[in-house]
Design a protein around this ligand. Structure first.
Ligand SMILES: [Zn+2]
Length: 629
């Protein structure tokens, strides 16, 4: 693992996902993990570490591959090892699993090529080519998405592949029929190959030609779309069609468009929105969000308005919270299909995405649009229906803002509606199986999102989906960095210049103190990070940040600032002691005088004198520290 890390050129690796520029000994660029306009993402090539001042993401080559390519730790190490030509020893189980899957990937890749060539060149692919042309797909689209044609007949692919029966069936490309003959799973269909985010072919989707849907006689019919079944290399629940092509733009824009089918994805690409994905014959679910959360901060559902309205609200809010994404809806005109729109009115498709509304807003609008807002009775009914939608949202502050929208549109007093909304929320909460002691309302009458502890005496605000990286960037200038941080930078970058002149007691901030102690105890930065990673992840983040920050001050200045601050703090303590115990007063007065004169010397022009004063003060501080223990 350490070898893989050491052999990887982290600048080249990250450079595939973000443009990095050299700045001193660091490399900086726009963060691939959050959307930003000025670069906050820094890489230390020598240590192989990165840190983002915007969103505080940090890590090494392995965590980078894990997060960007959405693979687990083992797979990330393996990919890096492949990249830099390091052979790694794996345990037997991992090797066996790989040996089982490799031929399946190979067969799938061969099948994709086979079908693609058939579509491009074979005489029997004519009707498929005609169909795709009628949908507005030119050769570039066909090649970009590797579309294919699965010929009629029983075993064109199976006899081409020449793989074992097990590989044929495990890959989902074919099966063995009752008479013991090998048969292709896809026949007489246009093929949409499905790839994993890294671009490996893992499954197929097949669309029947329109003329065949109602074809009479003999020809095997079937559903309009047919998809590979789940198998060792493919899981519908976790796969998003198009993510391999979309991920670059999704990362760059922070936004992903989720649509309903393969042709919808292609439609968005052709109108200049190359960040669309689709689920593969299954509803959008938790696992999809786990994948998307790694790439995007905003998920735009590009569904037909009725379908979007039916997306389970509770689940959408849970996804938003758990995966730190905002869900919006790009409502397409009812019954319209992005494929048709892309050809007839591409601007409408782009506008729908640009004007996508937050999920809750979209649902409220639907209720209000369906209501009769011209009469008093109609507006009252509309307000009740809209509030029922608002009540689903888990965040009290969000609910209250939409309550105002409803009040405004229905010409009712917000205060009146608040009582109604409270009742709805309370009723929903009472219906929930986990409803324990609920929090009291606050003074304004709203019931903010609270989680009461068992005694009900302490209210803790529930998480609201706030996430780092979306405010002004802390870091470079904004945050007060302090001499403690400067000292730690020196320990990381110029260890020899300060290591003998510092002591843990100079660090007032506990995170900085732990970082210092760990850096001193560990041989190097990586070892230090490794030691704190599990128990104090916030210290690990601090250490990675230090790796990408250059010291701003020299060792003398930093040591003196730290010593002065610590000495003054100690003097204040001492002063308090002197007041409490008159007997010790004379003793305290003598020490105080000495410390004061040392602090003065610290600030003098005479550098050697100042350094000696700093040494004396530090010795005194250490002695005091030991006495008090
Ligand atoms: Zn970032």
């Amino acid at each position: 693992m350490a070898r893989v890390r050491a052999a990887t050129d982290i600048v080249a690796l990250i450079g595939e996902h973000a443009a990095l520029k050299r700045q001193g000994t660091r490399w900086v660029g726009l963060c691939p993990f959050h959307q930003e306009k000025s670069p906050s993402f820094s890489v230390n090539a020598e240590e192989g570490l990165y840190y983002c001042f915007g969103c505080q993401r940090s890590g090494d080559a392995i965590s980078f591959v894990r997060d960007v390519e959405h693979v687990d730790f083992v797979e990330a190490v393996r990919r890096l090892a492949d990249r830099c030509g390091v052979t790694i020893t794996e345990d037997a189980a991992v090797t066996a699993e790989r040996q089982r899957r490799t031929p399946l990937y190979d067969a799938m890749t061969k099948a994709v090529d086979f079908y693609h060539q058939r579509l491009l060149a074979a005489p029997d692919g004519g009707p498929a080519r005609d169909y795709l042309r009628s949908r507005g797909y030119d050769g570039d689209v066909v090649r970009a998405f590797k579309l294919g044609w699965a010929p009629e007949g029983w075993d064109a692919l199976a006899s081409h592949l020449k793989v074992s029966e097990k590989v044929l069936t495990d890959s989902g490309l074919g099966f063995v029929n009752r008479r013991g003959r090998r048969q292709d799973a896809f026949r007489g269909r246009v093929i949409f190959p499905i790839f994993d985010p890294s671009g490996k072919a893992i499954a197929l989707g097949g669309r029947i030609l329109p003329s065949r849907g109602d074809a009479a006689g003999g020809v095997p019919d079937g559903p309009k779309y047919k998809n590979s079944q789940d198998g060792p290399i493919y899981s519908k629940r976790r796969t998003l069609y198009g993510l391999n092509w979309a991920k670059t733009d999704v990362v760059a824009s922070g936004e992903v468009i989720v649509c309903e089918g393969y042709t919808d994805v292609i439609a968005f690409f052709t109108v200049g929105l190359p960040r669309a994905v689709a689920t593969c014959g299954t509803a959008l679910g938790e696992d999809h969000f786990r994948v998307l959360g790694n790439f995007a901060t905003r998920v735009v559902l590009a569904y037909d308005a009725d379908a979007a309205g039916e997306a389970g609200a509770t689940r959408v809010y849970e996804w938003e919270r758990h995966h730190s994404v905002d869900v919006a809806v790009a409502a397409l005109p009812a019954g319209s299909d992005p494929g048709d729109l892309a050809r007839t009115d591409p601007e409408a498709l782009r506008r729908a995405v640009a004007e996508a509304q937050p999920f809750l807003r979209f649902r409220i609008e639907r209720v209000l649009q369906a209501a009769d807002l011209r009469t008093n009775e109609g507006r009252a009914k509309a307000a009740e229906a809209a509030l029922a939608v608002v009540a689903d949202h888990p965040n009290g502050l969000v609910r209250d803002q939409y309550l105002m929208v409803v009040a405004d549109r229905c010409r009712l007093e917000a205060a009146t509606l608040r009582g109604l909304l409270d009742d709805l929320v309370r009723r929903a909460a009472a219906g929930a199986p986990t409803a324990g002691p609920r929090s009291r309302r606050d003074a304004s009458g709203r019931r903010p999102e609270m989680v009461a502890d068992s005694t009900g005496s302490r209210d803790v605000p529930a998480p609201t989906g706030a996430r780092p990286g979306h405010g002004p960037h802390p870091g470079h200038d904004g945050e007060s960095q302090g001499p403690g941080l400067e000292a730690l930078k020196l320990v990381v970058h110029q260890r020899e210049s300060v290591v003998d002149r510092l002591d843990a007691l100079l660090f007032y901030d506990s995170r900085q103190r732990i970082a210092f102690e760990t850096l001193i105890a560990a041989g190097d930065l990586h070892e230090a990070i490794h030691r704190v990673e599990d128990d104090s992840p916030e210290v690990a983040v601090l250490l990675r940040r230090l790796a990408v920050e250059e010291p701003a001050l020299g060792a003398d200045g930093v040591v003196m600032q730290l010593v002065r601050t610590a000495s003054r703090r100690a003097l204040a303590d001492l002063d308090a002691q002197g007041r409490l115990s008159p007997d010790a007063f004379a003793q305290v007065a003598r020490v105080t005088a000495q410390v004061h004169s040392d602090i003065e010397e610290l600030e003098s022009e005479d550098r050697d004198g100042a350094i000696k004063a700093a040494d004396r003060l530090l010795a005194w501080l250490v002695e005091r520290g030991e006495e008090s223990e």
